[in-house]
Design a protein around this ligand. Structure first.
Ligand code: GDP
Length: 199
């Protein structure tokens, strides 16, 4: 299905711009610069499908991509968070948009939360994990940039992340390690996306 048509549908800076709930959705979340655009592009084998989002003050929006013709499911690129210099009202806007989306979206089957392999789960990430748990939206951790760390460090991060999510009600216990650069973990990620939207 990832070899077939995938097309940008629309951006929603606000809930009134959300597309209809025609099909299941799987969303991607992560702090700015975690490698979300790179991973979406690698996942779909399309350069430039998702654009880098780490520009300060950039509009916060949800981006929807239609997968398959006929339409099978949607990928949703959530706005990045944790940008150090983000103004307060931008952070507030992010929280409102993301919270409203998570709480009102029956077709959202799972969110993949991207975490940098070098850093593990940081304070900036706990906000989204709390929101997902509170909204009872299933999520799964995807480690990014795994090529940047040694195998021993990756094993440690896997372990610490597993511990960190153990008691979180909506967390999927299995973690996927990926590298957009090296193509690592992409088949597993594709399978996880398909599993999410076909459940
Ligand atoms: P976004 O802000 O989360 O969309 O992050 P980007 O996809 O723009 O990536 C941020 C930076 O990390 C860019 O300089 C990318 O080239 C780099 N990057 C992304 N993925 C990888 C990866 O798998 N390996 C390495 N080494 N660098 C990566």
């Amino acid at each position: 299905v990832f070899a077939g048509p995938i097309a940008f549908l629309k951006s929603a800076p606000d809930l009134k711009f959300l597309p209809d709930m025609a099909v299941n959705e799987v969303a991607f979340a992560g702090r700015s610069n975690v490698g979300k655009s790179s991973l979406l592009n690698a996942l779909t084998n399309r350069n430039g499908l998702a654009r880098t989002s780490n520009t300060p003050g950039r509009t916060q929006e949800l981006n929807f991509f239609d997968v398959g013709d006929p339409l099978r499911f949607r990928l949703v690129d959530m706005p990045g968070y944790g940008y150090a210099k983000a103004p307060k009202d931008m952070v507030r806007k992010w929280r409102f948009l993301v919270n409203d989306y998570l709480r009102g979206r029956a077709k959202l089957k799972r969110t993949l939360v991207l975490i940098d392999s070098r850093h593990g789960i940081k304070d900036v990430d706990t906000d989204i994990l709390d929101m997902l748990d509170a909204a009872a939206v299933s999520y799964r951790i995807v480690l990014t940039k795994a090529d940047k760390v040694k195998a021993s460090h990756l094993a440690e991060v896997r372990h610490s992340v597993t511990e960190a999510i153990r008691k979180r009600p909506a967390a999927h216990p299995d973690i996927i390690a990926t590298s957009s650069e090296k193509g690592m973990g992409l088949p597993e990620l594709r399978a996880a996306v398909l599993e999410s939207v076909t459940q």
